[in-house]
Design a protein around this ligand. Sequence first.
Ligand SMILES: Nc1ncnc2c1ncn2[C@@H]1O[C@H](COP(=O)(O)OP(=O)(O)OP(=O)(O)O)[C@@H](O)[C@H]1O
Ligand SMILES: [Mg+2]
Length: 439
Amino acid sequence: MGKKILIVDDEQNHRLMLKIHLEDAGYEILEAENGLDGLYLAEENELYAILLDIKMSVMDGLTVLTKLKEKGLNTPVIMITAFNNVRTAVETMKLGAVDFITKPVDIDMLLKSLDNLEKVVTEEIKVNNIPDDFIFEGVYSKEGLGKIVDLLKMVAPTDASVMIYGESGTGKELVAKAIHNNSPRKNSQFLAVNCAALNENLIESELFGHEKGAFTGATSLKKGKFELADGGTIFLDEIGEMPLSTQAKLLRVLQEREFERVGGVKTIKTDTRVIAATNRDLEAMVKSGDFREDLYFRLNVFPVKLPPLRERKTEIPLLVNYFLEKYASRFSKVIKGYTKEFIEKLSSYNFPGNIRELENIIERSIILCTSDKLSADVLPELKIEDNEDIDTLDVKENEKQLIIKALKETNNNKSNAAKILGISRKTLHNKIKEYEIEV
Ligand SMILES: Nc1ncnc2c1ncn2[C@@H]1O[C@H](COP(=O)(O)OP(=O)(O)OP(=O)(O)O)[C@@H](O)[C@H]1O
Ligand SMILES: [Mg+2]
């Protein structure tokens, strides 16, 4: 007898399609056409897994999942969801689903997910227990990037494609790395490809590799990033610049997980998670015919929008401290902090280059700084937009509130609070004094 799988789905055709493929793969199938029947069968049978449709008329998948957990049934549940409902699917992982698959169901992917269940059970990778030890090479506040980080925590452990939108310098690559570093793929490669920097021929050879003699100059065999990143993650930066012909080849990799090297005939399999980024309006590009719609849907499974720095100015003090620590030691300088005017002047600026621009400004200021504090006179001339006249007292107040929060969250443990804030213990100590915070 094969392992038993219960399919709960109100569409008969869909159940049938899954049943045929799964029986082929050696599983034994039970079917339920609504959530109630599903719950009954789940209680009565020793199941290997449950495939649960989210949108069902009688009782939706979320309710079924909740009830299963209430009854203490720990059978692994894989959610089946429409494309436009992936956010809900990710939410279900908080409720205890182990994975989700989008419709139309890619059978290979489903079989792999079912295979993985054994690992999940034995290694106890519990995706529903969102870890607190999220690895992130930067700083953020709860009100700023924190909301996005909460989403990243949910999507990181899955295999879903992620599409990162954001202006230049908002941290797209940083976020892509964080997703990789907090995923089960973390011990394999993270490889980035900048689609804007390469012409069509080069980009294909970069992604898929080429055989010896494939074109003039191809003097030896070269493996592409999809081959090298097998088991890991590939980051397609500036995907909006990818030529249409390459887009077609990328779509095939995403759908069929296979490709050929340029000039080659051998089909190569790859298991690579794709994270893409752009600062362009892909939806508009789809409308104008510059970006394939099918590829857009494949990639846009989980969109993440990074706000520009001017929309999260309360994070400026945090970031300044972070870069101060980073660069002061690099340039062997002892700089304790900054003056009020320094942060006020920065905060009235709009940062078209976002965090990268702020980072460059701080690096430059540290080089120029001759005292033990960064002061406004080391700042470059910043073009201030009058419409963004931000109240500087607010910035100070915000910083104070961030510190109070961090202390509260860590039960006044200053080392941990400093860590959360991305500043040293000493800086924190100084600020507690400056703001007369009671601890
Ligand atoms: N929250 C953060 N905390 C600390 N540093 C950050 C943060 N976000 C971004 N940075 C830093 O800002 C710089 C720019 O980030 P990144 O390269 O990820 O941006 P990007 O969106 O990919 O930019 P571009 O579109 O120009 O490629 C990097 O040095 C990165 O480390
Ligand atoms: Mg980048």
